[in-house]
Write a protein that binds this ligand. Structure first.
Ligand SMILES: N[C@@H](CCC(=O)N[C@@H](CS)C(=O)NCC(=O)O)C(=O)O
Length: 219
């Protein structure tokens, strides 16, 4: 199997989902870091017309959009399978992946995660507490819904790990060390246990912000 190249940056939850999926598949891959400030200029803008990461390159085939990348990887690297065979379990996987993109990232992760983590760590910014407070009602709704979808199952689509867990865990993990974790996850023991289960996996441990920063330095 030929090499996979992932264009991404340390700290990107979407990039981490791709890297963690490659780790789960035991695939050979390489991180190609994209310099901050270079997202919307050549050569990256030709890889991603909206100037974002991640982008996957595989034998000259270029693909952006994380859900598409994860599903592609699951097709070309079928073992272990990360999409349930059962139609209802697969539908739950798809649903959770869209909850991640439409509700967890948009307005929650990209607001609170930016204010608390990315802005201070990458740009030296001070968190704007009013902006964080304004995002909390949506954050409570999203965390509550993720916990409801999880129910008493170990993983989002059922008994087995799926692409949904690999997409969502990097986004939820952003919150674990924040003051918002206790109010958001405190009432949801199943969500906290799932996050611990996910963070114990070798794929998540291999793709933390610091580990991806090491990959970027070695690239
Ligand atoms: N819908 C895209 C979202 C990708 C995305 O928002 N990536 C963030 C990093 S996690 C990014 O590139 N942000 C830089 C920017 O928007 O300028 C996907 O699923 O890949």
């Amino acid at each position: 199997m030929s090499e996979f190249v992932v264009y991404s940056i340390p700290g990107s939850p979407y990039g981490r989902a791709v890297l963690a999926t490659l780790e789960e598949k035991g695939a050979r891959y390489r991180l190609a870091p994209v310099a901050p400030g270079a997202f919307r200029s050549e050569p990256h803008i030709s890889r991603h017309p909206f100037g974002k990461v991640p982008v996957l390159e595989h034998d000259g085939f270029m693909l952006y959009e994380t859900q598409a990348i994860l599903r592609y990887l699951d097709r070309v690297l079928p073992n272990p399978p990360l999409t349930p065979a059962d139609p209802r379990a697969a539908a739950r996987m798809d649903q959770a992946m869209n909850v991640n993109d439409c509700y967890l990232f948009q307005g929650v992760g990209n607001v609170i995660g930016f204010q608390r983590v990315v802005g201070p760590r990458v740009m030296g910014l001070t968190p704007d507490e009013a902006v964080i407070a304004a995002a909390m009602p949506k954050a409570h709704a999203v965390f509550g819904e993720i916990a409801r979808l999880l129910g008493d199952k170990p993983y989002l689509a059922g008994e087995d790990l799926s692409l949904a867990d690999l997409l969502m865990a990097p986004g939820v993990d952003f919150f674990v060390a924040l003051p918002e974790w206790e109010p958001l996850a405190g009432p949801h023991a199943n969500l906290r246990a799932w996050m611990q289960r996910m963070n114990a996996r070798a794929s998540l441990r291999a793709t933390t912000w610091d580990r991806v920063a090491e990959m970027a330095r070695a690239a």
